[in-house]
Design a protein around this ligand. Structure first.
Ligand SMILES: Cc1cc2nc3c(=O)[nH]c(=O)nc-3n(C[C@H](O)[C@H](O)[C@H](O)COP(=O)(O)OP(=O)(O)OC[C@H]3O[C@@H](n4cnc5c(N)ncnc54)[C@H](O)[C@@H]3O)c2cc1C
Length: 466
């Protein structure tokens, strides 16, 4: 069989055979690749670190451009607090690069937000999904973007911002690579500050008032990690609320503090699979011990990611079929969160698809991107569901996710397009009424269908586009 087999890193449920793979190392090489593809009538897919889980980064038979080589750091504007960075740069390199540039300076500019749970994700992939972190007052990353450079289907290079090529700016952020290759990003930064972690164990009915209190108290980040034990009344109800409040700049940072190391995470993930009551005890007692500990506003957002952990787990448990965790993120108006969580607990309590991990976070409304998922100030609920890679296992997980989407929609909410493409057409139309228009606008910008992915092809078929 010809071609190169690719897959996403986390779910491993998107095996796709691309025709060719190129690793451009400069914008000029991206332009040349796109011109050559246009000449040869070849469709192009675009990937960064390959963590999206709905086939957005690969297209069967396409030329795959892997942008991870575009890692340059350009101008740091200390007046405005912005940095120009290559779209292939990953968060740890970006943070380290910023620190190195500003060593010994009084004000150190650094990132405002990044994803939780994984660090080796590219800036380009982050823009294309319009990601968010655990900010308590932040909108998705579009709010952190000043401008970017985009190479379109014909190989033309354009700078896009709110004042220049504004339509492309709105389309490409959250546009999953459908409008061109982002080569470089001007990212808005924030001064790096010291913060203390405040930890409490609370319940879902008190969560929003606790969060409001924390926000009023100055906390900038936070999340609530809930119990995943479906046999307990605490299921999706009791959880650990961690929030982060700025402290005086001259506060002494500790040389050492208790951290969850790699082996702790391995143990937690194993417990989440075979002792879901204990995992909460272990996790919450660790967090409670760190109440009052000091962290930096940028590096506290970094986390341990266990590459390929599920293969080891499958082996250890003697699993007959491989499995992985599939993620979903549901959004609900904040005043419907309690009802949503109760309904989700009712749906998931049979344990047919065990919840391995879950959190609640907050998001502020995104009024800018075309395919905005943060239509209002939502509560965001993340579920990691154990998914067996058999036909029946995938069908059961897909059904559970569709049920969760139905619940979120019934409370006036929505869901994130980054994970899986299992939603029904009526669900996507309710969550994203602009989706058919999104596909039409993509065709208008790219009439030859240069940019193609399995994700885009799926939705074109679902929406019966000509
Ligand atoms: C364990 C885990 C935790 C996560 N946590 C969060 C979270 O906390 N918050 C959140 O919002 N998301 C989260 N995500 C989702 C993740 O942020 C997105 O899927 C993101 O797009 C992945 O970036 P990537 O570099 O891996 O991109 P890829 O998966 O390689 O690509 C994703 C999309 O971006 C496009 N793309 C990539 N690079 C470019 C470029 N240079 N130009 C144009 N298009 C490009 C691709 O075509 C594709 O459509 C998580 C995912 C995982 C697996």
């Amino acid at each position: 069989m010809t071609g190169i087999l690719c897959n996403d890193i986390h779910s491993k449920l998107n095996p796709t055979r691309v025709a060719r793979l190129l690793h451009p190392a400069s914008e000029a090489e991206v332009v040349a690749a796109l011109k050559e593809a246009a000449r040869d009538g070849m469709a192009v897919s675009i990937c960064g670190a390959r963590h999206a889980m709905g086939g957005q980064q690969f297209g069967e038979g396409t030329l795959l451009l892997d942008l991870c080589g575009l890692t340059g750091l350009g101008e740091l504007d200390r007046e405005r607090g912005t940095i120009e960075a290559g779209a292939g740069i990953k968060w740890p390199e970006l943070i380290e690069g910023l620190h190195a540039r500003q060593a010994g300076e009084e004000v150190v500019w650094s990132i405002r937000q990044k994803q939780t749970g994984a660090d080796d994700l590219t800036l380009g992939g982050s823009l294309a999904a319009n990601i968010h972190g655990r900010g308590l007052n932040l909108c998705p990353i579009i709010g952190d973007v000043e401008a970017f450079t985009l190479v379109d289907a014909t190989g033309e290079v354009r700078r896009c911002s709110r004042g220049e090529n504004a339509e492309r700016f709105r389309l490409a952020i959250g546009g999953y690579g459908c409008f061109g290759v982002i080569t470089s990003v001007c990212l808005r930064l924030a001064p790096r500050i010291k913060m203390e972690r405040l930890v409490e164990v609370t319940t879902i009915d008190r969560l929003l008032s606790s969060l409001q209190r924390r926000i009023a108290d100055g906390c900038l980040f936070g999340d609530f990690q809930f119990s995943i034990d479906e046999r307990s009344p605490d299921f999706l109800c009791r959880g650990v609320l961690s929030s982060y409040r700025p402290v005086a700049p001259d506060s002494e940072m500790p040389d050492e503090r208790e951290e969850l190391e790699r082996h702790h995470w391995e143990e937690l993930i194993r417990l989440a699979h075979d002792d879901r009551a204990k995992v909460f005890e272990v996790y919450s007692s660790f967090y409670l011990r760190t109440h009052g500990a000091l962290y930096w506003s940028d590096t506290h957002q970094l986390s341990v990611y266990l590459e390929d952990y599920h293969a080891a787990l499958d082996h250890e448990c003697g699993a007959e079929v491989p499995a992985s965790e599939m993620i979903s993120e549901l959004y609900v108006p904040r005043d419907r969160l309690i009802e949503f969580m109760a309904a989700a607990a009712e749906r998931l309590k049979d344990g047919a698809v065990p919840v391995i991990y879950g959190t609640v976070r907050l998001i502020r409304c995104d009024e800018e991107s075309f395919l905005a998922w943060a239509r209002e100030d939502f509560a965001c609920v993340i579920f990691n569901l154990h998914t067996e890679h058999s036909e029946a296992g995938i069908a059961t997980a897909a059904e559970a996710f569709r049920a969760l989407i139905d619940l979120a929609l019934s409370f006036g909410g929505s869901y994130f397009l980054t994970y899986h493409r299992w939603a029904r057409r009526d669900q996507i139309e309710r969550a994203y009424p602009q989706f058919a228009e999104f596909l039409r606008v993509k065709d208008a910008h790219d009439p030859d269908g240069r940019f193609q992915s399995e994700w885009w092809r799926h939705y074109r078929n679902l929406f019966e586009m000509p």
